[in-house]
Ligand binder design. Structure first.
Ligand SMILES: [Zn+2]
Ligand SMILES: [Zn+2]
Length: 396
């Protein structure tokens, strides 16, 4: 029934099964390849599209990290490849109208062959832009990940900038996902820490989901909860080796980021990956963008937000439904975990002002219509008191 739990991650592609939650789940990604030298599998995964043209997309950083190698592999295997390289020098590539537009232009360029496949080589920005364009052009895409920085490799949404605002657009799942540990272990330390922060956030996401099930009667899938929990356990056990770029620790981090994506894809909601900690992160990010600043990495914010949300669970322990509080470790334990993985721990560590922090605790639950422990606090008339108490703890 829930046999996906016993499959190695590389065998999960194209699985479907009747689940104990009463639903039929289907994980439609065609190929997942995670591990040492996984990039070598690219030509094999792309083989069904060989008769057409393949568009490969990178930026200058991801080209150096893996794009050059990926292109060589495809050229050697006889693919007809067209390249699009975004050279932003030392600036980060922002997935906005110009990037999306450029990819589209290359698809409808003067070359006579039809593009059959997009291969993105990168992490957040390249992945989201290629995912979005391929979805709208009804093309499959393969992502060759270059950093274990977020859980968007297996996700059907594409957060992009549009007219200066960040919008989460619907898109589709990748055809293939490649996570080569030899490449990803050399990613910038900040991106590894960001991915780890995003994984730490699943702790409160799962507790928040449980609260919504018990208070609001939301749907729950125990198979997905189990899938995520097992992945977290493996990743957290090796967390202290992440700053040393230990290959096994990086592999478990990639697996955790991928498996939360699998859980989301199975049930088609983001509950296993995103709870109140993501609402705080979103609130902070919107403030940065509104002030014309580049927000810091998503996962670094999510990591910092996680012990804050754990404080909510602690403060509300007397009125939480039975069993919910037990799903969330103490905020001290979470802080220790973040520090061991090399991620920032407190709002001050990431430069958040006291005003913005307090405002996010009061208004954060409204950023999306999803029940959370912050809304639970508001319903019980305790939001302001808790917000003041936590703010004082961090800033006084
Ligand atoms: Zn996230
Ligand atoms: Zn299920």
């Amino acid at each position: 029934m829930n046999e996906i739990l016993n499959l190695p991650i590389n065998d999960m592609a194209r699985t479907e099964f009747d689940c104990s939650c009463g639903k039929h789940h289907n994980f439609s990604i065609h190929d997942v390849a995670i591990g040492s030298s996984a990039i070598e599998k690219l030509p094999e995964i792309a083989a069904p599209f060989k008769e057409g043209q393949i568009l490969m997309v990178y930026d200058n950083n991801t080209y150096a990290a893996a794009g050059k190698k990926a292109h060589q592999l495809m050229a050697d295997a006889g693919f007809n490849v067209k390249e699009l390289l975004f050279d932003r020098g030392d600036d980060v590539l922002v997935p906005d109208e110009s990037v999306v537009g450029r990819i589209l232009q290359e698809l409808s360029g003067p070359t006579p062959e039809d593009t059959r496949l997009i291969v993105g080589v990168g992490s957040g920005s390249i992945n989201d832009s290629c995912k979005y364009v391929s979805f709208h052009c009804h093309l499959p895409y393969i992502i060759v990940g270059t950093a274990p920085s977020m859980d968007g490799y297996v996700s059907d949404g594409a957060p992009l900038m549009a007219a200066g605002r960040k919008i989460s657009y619907p898109a589709h799942l990748a055809y293939g996902v490649i996570g080569d540990t030899d490449i990803m272990k050399d990613a910038p330390q900040e991106l590894i820490a960001a991915g780890f922060g995003d994984v730490v956030g699943k702790i409160t996401a799962i507790a928040d989901w449980d609260l919504a099930v018990k208070v609001k009667g939301d749907y729950r899938c125990d198979t997905c909860v189990e899938l995520v929990n097992r992945a977290l356990e493996k990743c957290f056990a090796k967390a202290d080796l992440l700053p040393k770029r230990d290959e096994e620790a990086i592999k478990y981090l990639i697996e955790a980021l991928t498996l939360t994506g699998v859980a989301m894809a199975l049930i088609k909601i983001s509950r296993p990956a995103s709870g109140a900690e993501h609402m705080l992160s979103h609130f902070w990010e919107m403030d940065y963008i509104a002030r014309g600043l580049n927000p810091i990495h998503h996962g670094l914010q999510v990591g910092v937000a996680t012990p804050v949300i754990a404080r909510f669970f602690e403060e509300l322990a007397d009125i939480l439904p039975e069993g919910t509080g037990a799903l969330c470790p103490s905020h001290e334990e979470i802080e220790k975990l973040l520090a061991s993985g090399g991620a920032p721990v407190t709002p001050k560590d990431i430069g958040l002002s006291r005003e913005l922090f307090r405002a996010s605790l009061i208004g954060g639950y409204k950023v999306r219509p999803r029940y959370s422990v912050m809304e639970f606090a508001a319903e019980h008339g305790r939001l302001e008191t808790i917000a003041d108490k936590i703010t004082a703890e961090y800033y006084d």
